[in-house]
Design a protein. Structure first.
Lengths: 568, 261
């Protein structure tokens, strides 16, 4: 009897594993799953009924929390980057260039130390009250004096109301243009507040509810269904740029990208919103068979990078950095990063698609012999015959490779670090994985406070890449008055000067030229190395809707889409 | 009975040999990076992962980590838990009351979350993982051993020991614990299975050792690289099967021992 029980137990285990296997969709071309022929099982999204050419309800998937009814809500914070419910003074257009949003136009002072915003009459809050310059002044002063985000502290000096339709923001230095780029994606809570509601509020974070959700963006908060985890928003009929063509938007909140993929398969959502983080290439096979869905490929404007510590005597050496550059297997790094949807990055770190990207620089390419030659020529040779090179003075040389700690991407960084360690060992460099960074505090201490890493495997986020280029994370200080501190370790005067040109650029042309120059410097001096240029995917419904608009790197759920989308 | 016992032991013996001779059995160095995302083929019977490492070789080396963690953690927790429980029962009085409070407190804390928290704050190595598991899983054995030792303490042979003036340590180690060996063995076997599951869970969560292969790490890699959604069964099914079968083998060993006893 016992024997039978055991057989039964074993059979049950096998059955469970087989069911697990069945959960994964077949990867063969086309597949034979029901998903391959969605028209058979597909029921039209019940809420996507039509009224003329306007969209009644757009279902959007995302991986955020709707934790609180206030500007500090996780979902609202990221939607604010696109001026969804709380409108920004300016926003990014399709190519991530700054264009007016709440303001009608803006003017940057010739010396770049001030920016003046001009507004139309008749702009209203969601509760019907008119927007005034006092609202803008009140909000920006909240940023400066209460919220104290790095953007305000780094750039802003004070705010002056000029008249009933214009306001001037004075800067700490001549960085007005980059301030505009930066303020669009500022910290949580940094929105334009209605003064008549928030004036008496002492603790901004604890003030929640419908009143706290009043903004002047194109969408008005309706409700949040906590059981179904869906947040509903209606269009603002009195929006100053006209009412959007999408009447209602429902954000379906999920826990993971896998859940979003399943939602696409079940036709629960029409598109997705995820700031700077679309679906990774590994999910594409699961989505490709779905009819009526464009997988929405976008190039990630940021990228994983290998960063050298310029405070470390070994990695300060340009010859060593160049040898590391030649030693790496970029094809494998790209495969580990995004499978077939990632390609080796280019010299100069900056990814294609960014403003000022220098197209003529070559793609990264492994050359092991060149790496060995550079190391030999620089005097890093194996003197004791243990297979690893020693320092020039004969002392033992070890290179620590530290993968960044990240809840979402930590495993990827570890993977990339494994490849880097292997490649460095292949050219005789005694590299090893840093095992001491197992939480965010340890990483922060290693990377930002003590700066005791040698090689870090981290990334330049898409936001940083858009705002003021990857250099922000590599340079130590910059800016015309030299007071602006940044996140990196490199304080080489030449590099500081180049980044200062980016920060002090007065217009898009100057910014693009400075970005181009910085990329050439990065390529020459090997301050950091791009570990791949990956595609991200923001699938969108082309069966039912047409006239989607896109923002580079952020997919189809864009500010413009809310006004252009139509029923097919 | 001996034949049945052998039947239960040989799968574990095979596993142990696999772990010991992983270096000889594995067709590739599990750290060697070749062509990524290969399907099963002659060169790579279970294909390759996202950085081109041979999954079969990873699996064989993974047995080493799982068994090392499972057996080492079980040895320590069983030895400490048994001794602690036996001492508590033998000395009785305030010592027993203190020990009981300590055991109850340790049992009240959910062990897996605690191991996760500890793993986050320690250097990521196999020995630290073993330490975390030991710190969180000794109490079950201690409680069971204490309860049984309380019964034995009143038995004649132990009373005689006490009357003859035998020392406490001598009595506990020479008379009390040897009479609990069946119970301790059973708890030990359970601890191995439990430690293996904990190790794979921690590694699956991406908190395992960075420099050793583990079945949990293989599952984590497969999950992260879309292996499950895209149906790469050769990637995630073998480690899942290995974990299940290993735990099953240990549990069946315990059942056999109980029956034999």
């Amino acid at each position: 009897m016992k024997l039978w029980k055991r057989f039964f137990g074993l059979a049950l285990c096998i059955a469970l594993m087989v069911s697990l296997a069945a959960c994964g969709s077949p990867s063969e071309e086309g597949g034979a799953s029901p998903d391959a022929s969605p028209e058979e099982s597909q029921t039209p999204p019940d809420a996507a009924s039509v009224s003329g050419s306007e969209v009644e309800l757009l279902n959007v998937g995302c991986i955020y929390e709707f934790d609180v009814e206030s500007p500090y809500c996780d979902l609202i914070k990221y939607l604010s980057y696109d001026s969804f419910m709380y409108a920004n003074l300016v926003r990014y257009d399709a190519n991530n260039e700054v264009v007016p949003c709440l303001c009608e136009r803006y003017e940057i002072a010739e010396d770049g130390t001030a920016v003046t915003f001009y507004f139309k009459d008749g702009i209203r809050w969601h509760d019907g009250e008119p927007l005034t310059m006092e609202d803008i002044e009140f909000s920006l002063n909240l940023w400066l004096n209460v919220l104290k985000p790095s953007v305000a502290l780094r750039y802003m000096k004070d705010v002056e109301v000029l008249d009933e339709t214009s306001i001037r923001v004075n800067m700490q230095s001549s960085c007005a243009y980059v301030f505009l780029r930066h303020m669009i994606m500022s910290s949580a809570g940094c929105v334009i507040y209605p003064k008549h509601i928030w004036e008496g509020v002492e603790d901004l974070k604890s003030f929640t509810g419908k009143e706290a959700m009043i903004g002047c963006g194109p969408y008005v908060y309706e409700s949040y269904d906590s059981e179904a985890k869906i947040a509903y928003f209606n269009r603002f009929e009195d929006y100053h740029e006209g009412a959007p063509s999408v009447k209602r938007i429902a954000f379906h909140l999920y826990e993971s990208p896998e859940s979003v993929v399943m939602a696409y398969k079940n036709r629960e959502i029409d598109c997705m919103f995820q700031y700077a983080a679309g679906l990774a290439g590994v999910y594409v096979p699961a989505l490709q068979g779905l009819d009526g869905l464009d997988i929405g490929e976008e190039v990630n404007l940021g990228s994983p990078i290998l960063e050298f510590n310029f405070k470390d005597t070994l990695t300060q050496d340009l010859e060593l950095r160049k040898a590391v550059y030649s030693a790496l297997d970029y094809e494998l790094l790209a495969a580990a990063n995004g499978g077939e949807y990632c390609v080796p990055g280019g010299r100069g770190v900056i990814s294609p698609g960014n403003i000022g990207y220098a197209e003529d620089l070559p793609a990264n390419c492994q050359d092991v012999e060149e790496a060995k030659r550079l190391l030999d020529a620089a005097g890093y040779t194996d003197q004791n015959g243990d297979g690893f090179r020693e320092n020039r003075d004969g002392a033992e040389m070890r290179i620590m490779v530290s993968p960044a700690y990240s809840a979402s991407k930590g495993t990827l960084y570890q993977r990339l670090a494994e490849v880097v360690v292997r490649d460095l060992q292949n050219v005789g460099l005694n590299a090893y994985l840093d095992e001491n960074v197992s939480n965010s505090d340890a990483w922060k201490a290693r990377f930002s406070q003590n700066k005791d890493f040698q090689i870090a495997i981290t990334s330049c986020s898409q936001g940083v890449a858009i705002i003021d280029t990857v250099n922000q994370g590599l340079v130590e200080k910059a800016g015309s008055d030299g007071t602006l501190t940044w996140n990196g370790t490199n304080d080489t005067p030449e590099y500081v000067e180049i980044f200062s040109k980016i920060i002090d650029s007065k217009n898009p042309e100057e910014y693009a030229a400075a970005a181009d120059e910085s990329q050439r410097y990065l390529a020459e001096e090997m301050v950091a190395i791009s570990l791949g240029v990956e595609s991200m995917f923001y699938p969108y419904n082309i069966a039912d809707y047409t006239d989607w608009s896109f923002r580079s790197g952020n997919g189809a759920f864009s500010y413009d889409t809310w006004f252009t989308l139509k029923i097919k | 009975m001996k034949g049945k016992w052998r039947k239960r032991v040989w799968p574990l013996a095979v596993l142990l040999l696999t772990a010991v001779f992983a270096g000889q059995l594995a067709p590739w160095d599990p750290w060697e990076m070749t062509v990524p995302f290969l399907r099963p083929c002659w060169a790579h019977p279970l294909g390759t992962n996202d950085v081109g490492q041979d999954i079969l070789s990873e699996l064989l080396y993974g047995a080493r980590t799982s068994l090392l963690v499972g057996v080492a953690a079980a040895l320590v927790t069983t030895a400490f838990g048994s001794f602690f429980g036996a001492c508590a029962a033998w000395f009785g009085g305030w010592a027993d009351r203190c020990a009981t409070v300590l055991i109850n407190m340790a049992l009240a804390v959910p062990s897996l979350p605690l191991v996760i928290v500890l793993s986050v704050f320690l250097k990521r190595s196999v020995w630290n993982l073993i330490l975390c598991i030991c710190l969180t899983s000794w109490a079950g054995t201690a409680r069971v051993v204490r309860a049984r030792a309380m019964q034995l303490r009143e038995m004649g042979f132990l009373r005689s020991c006490r009357t003859m003036g035998c020392g406490s340590l001598y009595t506990i180690t020479r008379h009390l614990l040897p009479n609990l060996k069946e119970l301790i063995f059973t708890k030990g076997i359970l601890s191995v299975a439990s430690a293996i599951l904990t190790e794979t869970s921690i590694s699956y969560l991406g908190l395992g050792p960075l420099t050793s292969k583990s079945w949990g790490t293989i599952l984590n890699d497969a999950f992260r690289a879309g292996g499950i959604l895209n149906g790469y069964w050769w990637w995630y099914l073998p480690p899942a099967a290995c974990i299940s079968l290993t735990v099953f083998c240990f549990l069946s060993l315990r059942d056999g021992r109980e029956k034999k006893g």
